[in-house]
Each structure stands twice: as C-alpha cells, then as structure tokens.
Design a protein around this ligand. Structure first.
Ligand code: HEM
Length: 438
C-alpha cells in the first residue's frame, strides 16, 4: 500500500488541469444526414453514449473552479464507428489562430517561472502580442467568465468542421451546445465569497445534481455552410478568433446531450479521459485550419506522456461499441487483445485499414495579409454587450492593468482604443492615465 501511495500521481493535463466530468447520452432529434453521413447522426431517436468534461483553462489540477477564466467543454461520443471527440470552449472564439501562438497563450497564463505566482505582466504581454486574443478576453471579462454552474455553461466547437454526406458532398459546421437550463453566470463578488469556503463548488454542484436525478442537458445545434458559402465568405469562417454570424448562418438543432451518471472513481473515469482532435469518424474530416492540424498531433503526444503509450486501451477511452482491430502490440499496461499478425501488409488475413469511399481531403484555406482582427471585437463591445457587461469588462481589465508595468499598460490601452474609441477612453478614465500619442 505504501509503495502504491508514492506512485499514485500521474502528470496532469498540460492545460485545463482542473475540471470534472460525467457520462450520459446524445440523442438525435433532427435529421442532418443530408450534410453528414456519420452513423451516430443517422436516425432521429438514435442514442450514443457520451462523456463530457468541463475545466478551467489556466488552473492546475486541484486549483479553484470559481475563477475568472475561459473554460474547456469537451465531448467524447462513443459511436459504433469509433470515438469522435470535440474539445471546445465555453466561448465561441479562441485566443489565437496561429498554432505557434498556443505556446505564448498557455505559458503566459501559468505562474511566473521565477516567483511561481500568477503575473499580470505576463498575461498582459501575451494579450497585447497576440491582439486577436482580445476578442475572447472580452467575452470572458464581460461577466461571462464564471459560470453559475457547469449545468448552465454553453459549449462551442470553435473550429469549423468539414463534413460530408453519402454522396461525398462537402459541408462545413460550427457546433453549439446550449444548456437547456439557460446560460447563467456568477458575479465576481459572489464567486469570491463562495470560493473562500468551497473552491470546488462547480465540481460538487454537477456531482450533486446528477446524484439527485436532476440531469443536466444541452441542445446540440450546428451552423451549416456549403462550399459556395465558404467561397463567398472567405477564410474568416475558419478563423478561431471569430464567430460566424448567426443572422446569416442560423442554428440548426441536431440533438440533446444528457448527463445522467457520475464516475464511480474520478481518477479512472475522468482524470484518465483523453479527448483528441484526431479521434474522428467517417463523414467528419475535422477542421481544415492550421490550429486543428497542430492539435491532431499534440494531443496524442500529450496523452502518451500523461497516461502512457496505450492510453486508448484505458477503458474510458476505448470505443466500446465497436470491435477495433489494430496492429499495435505490447508496451506498458493496459494491454489487451492483439491476435494474429503484427505487421501490415501480410498474407495471413490480418485486418484491412479503413479506406473511405470518397477520398475527399480537407480544403485549403488561403488567408490574405491584413486580416481584420478587431472588427468582431468592436462589434461585441458596441452592439452585443449590455451596458452592465461593458462596465464589468472595464472593471475586470482595469484590475489587471493596474498591477502591470507602464509600457504594457500603454500598449494595451492603444489596442483597446483601436477596438473601439469609447472602450479605450473609458479604460483610460478608470486608469486615470493620459497616453501620449507617440
Ligand atoms: C495549437 C493549439 C493548441 C495546443 C497546442 C493545445 C494543447 C493542449 C494539450 C496538450 C491539452 C492536454 C491534453 C491531455 O493531456 O489530455 C489540451 C487540452 C485541451 N484543449 Fe487544447 N490546445 C490547443 C488549442 C485548443 C483550442 C483551439 C481549443 C478549443 C477550441 C482547446 C481546447 C482544449 C480543451 C477543452 C482541453 C481539455 C480536454 C479535457 O477536458 O481533457 N485547445 N490542449
């Protein structure tokens, strides 16, 4: 027992370390087989087992839930064609569109390597060096940064996925998961008070609700674009830092998620969950943008580091509705099965690799220079946020700006002013600073 005790810690997730999850089902309520041939979407009423994990982004395993941060919202569909995973956010946009910026965003949200404490300068430096991140920051800081409960938290795929129907016609979808109990947020002051006594309030709230039979549910909808829409709209529809306007591309309901089972053992079933953008099923190609391409590689690598080379043999990561055949053999536990030849091609009736009927590849996105990083951020400020949300946004930004060094304050205020003049003016007023124009 003692030797088990000293070996029972595994590496935590490199990001989104603090979270919780539960299990349930996805039920198709509307037929979208005309755009996507994936088996789990085929028939109204069809149910597929799912796992969902919610997490803060910056916090380490064991840190508080009720902090001002954007959140992860990940879904694993255990389909009859294998597992399909979406690891998305609770904001409709991400903080970067170049995969190399993922490194700046992640590192700067962590502790300062010298002090091992959070550092406003690091956070502000990154926000101003990757200015397209300000759109997401504005969502999080305008009062949408702390969910009242995970049951009331929305989710978004953020990426625009390429899908195809039985005829090989290509379509593009963005996914929205909207809580049937309504989207609700918590005020920062209330969160501070609860956090003082109960840092894992959101985790316990979800667990309690499911134990009490009060099962949370979400409506899963998609925005749909045709190939012609994509040609007309341009590369912006694949830009992770931008939304796709719902007035032009409305939501089409697909189904419901219901969470009705808690893990019996948190480590086995939630900590060991491994969501990977490389887990796709026929009919869903993934997203054609560069960040998705990077994510296909890095998640598997991260999970092999975190959980070992046979991470997909861990029961919670197995596609248990289908028998899988693989040429993978041996290695560190868990290891199971593996009959027949261990190389391919072979002359001994070994399994044949899956070859799709249509060999459609992902489309190429060509982004021209000078993409506008601030148009939607400006629209969010001026036309979408309420006055109360604008005030919350300004208060939250000022609380970070105040402790940062002068040159970063200046750079940030210039960027916020470029987003919207009134936004910049109000921030300067709150900061009581006059910025020189040079
Ligand atoms: C190049 C960009 C990115 C990199 C390098 C990256 C890297 C990672 C890594 C290493 C993990 C831990 C995986 C594990 O150990 O299981 C992770 C988790 C996660 N990432 Fe990313 N990420 C990127 C972009 C994104 C984007 C754009 C989104 C949202 C659309 C996202 C959402 C998530 C979520 C929700 C999790 C937690 C999954 C869970 O609950 O287990 N990431 N990411």
């Amino acid at each position: 027992m003692m030797s088990n005790l000293v070996r029972e810690r595994t590496p935590e997730r490199a990001v989104h370390g603090q979270g919780t999850g539960a299990f349930g089902f996805f039920e198709v309520t509307h037929d979208i087989s005309h755009i996507c041939k994936a088996d789990f979407l085929k028939k109204v009423g069809q149910k597929t087992p799912i796992a969902i994990r919610f997490a803060t982004s910056g916090g380490s395993r064991g840190s508080a839930d009720l902090v001002l941060d954007n959140r992860g919202y990940s879904v694993k569909f255990y389909t009859r064609e294998g597992n399909f995973d979406i690891a998305g956010f609770n904001t409709p946009v991400a903080p970067f569109k170049d995969p190399l910026d993922g490194h700046i965003i992640t590192r700067s949200a962590r502790a300062n390597p010298a002090t091992n404490a959070p550092d406003a300068n690091m956070a502000l430096d990154r926000a101003t060096l990757v200015p397209e991140s300000l759109h997401m920051l504005m969502y999080t800081y305008s009062g949408r940064g702390i969910p009242a409960s995970y049951r009331n938290m929305p989710g978004f795929s953020v990426h625009t996925y390429q899908v195809e129907n039985e005829n090989g016609d290509q379509y593009f979808i963005r996914c929205h998961f909207l809580p049937d109990g309504g989207i609700k947020y918590m005020k920062a002051e209330e969160a501070r008070q609860i956090r003082a006594d109960d840092p894992h309030y959101l985790t316990k709230d979800l667990y309690r609700a499911i134990e009490n039979g009060d099962y949370p549910s979400w409506t899963f909808s998609v925005q749909i674009l045709t190939e012609t829409d994509v040609e007309n709209e341009g590369p912006g529809v694949f830009d992770l830092t931008k939304i796709i306007p719902e007035d032009r591309y409305p939501l089409h309901e697909v189904g419901k998620f219901v969470l009705n089972r808690n893990a019996k053992n948190f480590f086995a079933e939630v900590e060991q969950l491994a969501f990977c953008p490389c887990n796709l099923v026929p009919g869903i190609h993934g997203a054609p943008d560069k960040v998705y391409e990077a994510r296909r590689l890095i998640y598997r690598d991260a999970q092999v580091y975190r959980l070992g080379g046979n991470v997909f043999n861990i029961p919670v990561n197995c596609p248990f509705l289908v028998q899988t055949h693989t040429y993978n053999r041996d290695g560190m536990p868990p290891v199971s099965g593996g009959e027949g030849p261990n190389y391919y091609p072979n002359s001994f009736n070994g399994p044949e690799p899956f070859v799709p009927k249509h060999s459609t590849g992902l489309i190429n996105i060509i982004e021209k220079d000078g993409a506008d990083n601030f148009d939607q951020a400006g629209d969010l400020y001026a036309n979408i946020l309420t006055e109360e949300e604008r005030s919350t946004l300004i208060k939250n930004i000022v609380s970070k700006l105040k402790t940062a060094t002068h040159f970063l304050q200046k750079r940030a205020l210039e960027l916020f002013t470029s987003i919207n003049q009134d936004f910049g003016d109000r921030l300067k007023q709150e900061m009581n600073i006059t910025i020189c124009s040079n």
